[in-house]
Design a binder for this molecule. Structure first.
Ligand code: SF4
Length: 445
């Protein structure tokens, strides 16, 4: 009787700050799931928490500055701070400025983060508090989830320090990935966003080894994984794919409606000499032919990409080559960055730095050029009836996304509807108007 009436011990509180890219978000979700499973309570305020965990991003100098600010805020408002994530791979930068942080670990160091939390504030084990949904805790809304299929990267792009921070590619066995995906779908997730540093290289490190899932063996291979994911009944969206030859096989799954006709390929440039200096994986001169043949096989395919202008050694001819290439490639969604040196990246030693004003000029020309291309593609969608997944509901107009738009990085579709819509619902929408990025339409189902 005493046990039933005794006031439960209050759970230790952790204030968690998650910075960085979707890959870091997945790390945060895993740590938070473990914390919740062990009975820790998550709080938004540093003040009153027993400890603060900051999952940092260390890619660009601006992201590092944001991470350092977050650590400083944690220390001033709470005093007990555990640091993890990409920036934790270079602990001296953090220790120099904040010698009092409790511990610093690199990315994916889940066990070390948990040990540091245990040392700072031991778990109050209580089976009544330790409830965690079997699919884990997700920081993204319930209807979509990021699915990380591998860690690290075995490429060595000259502007990038991710392999140094995260190590070489380590793929998860296909069975593990599929079980996680299945749990998420059973818990109500309607869209799986497949992420990694190099999705198309999935399984290379495992020599495509088979592992068990349900009643069968599945190879750790990009095509096999995509096919199995496509059978789970949710939208499947592929991010960070490089145009290796075997990507052609996955296009057929898109044409068959198994996975979304969407490819996120960070091309970064088109000029062969710049790509060579960037040391990009899978770059080849026939990429435009490949894109054409993909669109023939899957006419609805949308390609999103990012580019860097002003890379060291980029000439006006290289840049013009890129603009002409964009005209031919007709990419749907494009982001562009001015080259920014990343501390520790080999590209810093390259000659031919492009002056800042030239970078800005090229960036403006790039954006204008691509805008005209994207406008034409957007307008071609007016009048079509397409499925839209609802992200946010409003009294008369809700916000959703077509299969051509990934959350957070692409455009949205504003959906007028007579009947109330639900978050996560997939509704047929007649597109009536197209803006530069967004679409507007009316629900017809
Ligand atoms: S593919 Fe290149 S840019 Fe991407 S993580 Fe690997 S090394 Fe970095």
């Amino acid at each position: 009787m005493t046990e039933l009436t005794a006031k439960p011990k209050s759970a230790p509180k952790v204030s968690f700050v998650s910075l960085g890219c979707p890959k870091a978000l997945v790390d945060s979700e895993r740590i938070i799931t473990r914390l919740r499973a062990e009975g820790y309570e998550l709080t938004r305020a540093h003040d009153g928490a027993d400890v603060v965990v900051v999952n940092t991003c260390g890619f660009l100098d601006s992201a590092k500055a944001e991470s350092l600010d977050a650590i400083g805020k944690g220390l001033s408002e709470n005093g007990r701070v555990i640091v993890t994530g990409c920036m934790g791979a270079e602990p001296e930068q953090i220790r120099e400025r904040f010698p009092d942080v409790l511990s610093i670990t690199g990315p994916q160091a889940y066990e070390s983060v948990m040990q540091a939390v245990h040392a700072a504030v031991p778990p109050a084990h209580d089976p009544f508090l330790d409830l965690v949904p079997p699919q884990g805790v997700k920081l993204t809304p319930r209807h979509y989830a990021y699915l990380k299929i591998s860690e690290g990267c075995s490429n060595r792009c000259s502007f990038c320090i991710i392999p140094k921070l995260r190590g070489d590619l380590v793929s998860r066995p296909a069975g593990d990935v599929l079980r996680e995906a299945e749990r998420l779908v059973k818990a109500g997730v309607k869209e799986l966003l497949v992420i990694s540093q190099d999705t198309s290289a999935y399984g290379v490190d495992l020599k495509y080894a088979e592992s068990g899932f349900a009643d069968r063996q599945v190879r750790a291979k990009f095509l096999d994984l995509a096919r199995e994911l496509g059978d789970l009944g949710a939208w499947v969206r592929l991010h960070y794919v490089y145009p290796y030859p075997h990507v052609d096989e996955v296009i057929q799954l898109m044409a068959d409606g198994k996975i979304l006709p969407y490819l996120d390929i960070p091309f970064q440039h088109a000029s062969p000499s710049v790509l060579k200096a960037m040391k990009r994986p899978a770059h080849q001169e026939k990429t435009l032919d490949r894109i054409r043949s993909w669109k023939e096989a899957a006419p609805d395919l949308a390609i999103r990409s990012t580019f860097i202008v002003g890379f060291p050694g980029e000439t006006e001819d290289d840049f013009q080559f890129l603009l002409d290439w964009l005209t031919e490639a007709k990419l749907d969604r494009v982001g562009c960055f001015k080259y920014e040196a990343v501390r520790g990246a080999p590209a810093n030693a390259l000659e031919g730095a492009v002056p800042e004003e030239v970078k800005t000029q090229r960036w403006n020309r790039f954006m204008q050029h691509q805008q005209a291309i994207a406008d034409r593609l957007q307008r071609a969608r007016v009048g079509r009836r397409v499925p839209v997944i609802i992200d946010e509901v409003g009294p008369t107009v809700s916000k959703g996304r077509t299969k051509w738009d990934a959350p957070e990085i692409d455009g949205v579709t504003y959906v007028a509807s007579r009947r109330p819509l639900r978050v996560g619902e997939i509704v047929t929408v007649k597109i009536e108007r197209a803006g530069a990025y967004d679409l507007h339409g009316v629900a017809v189902s």
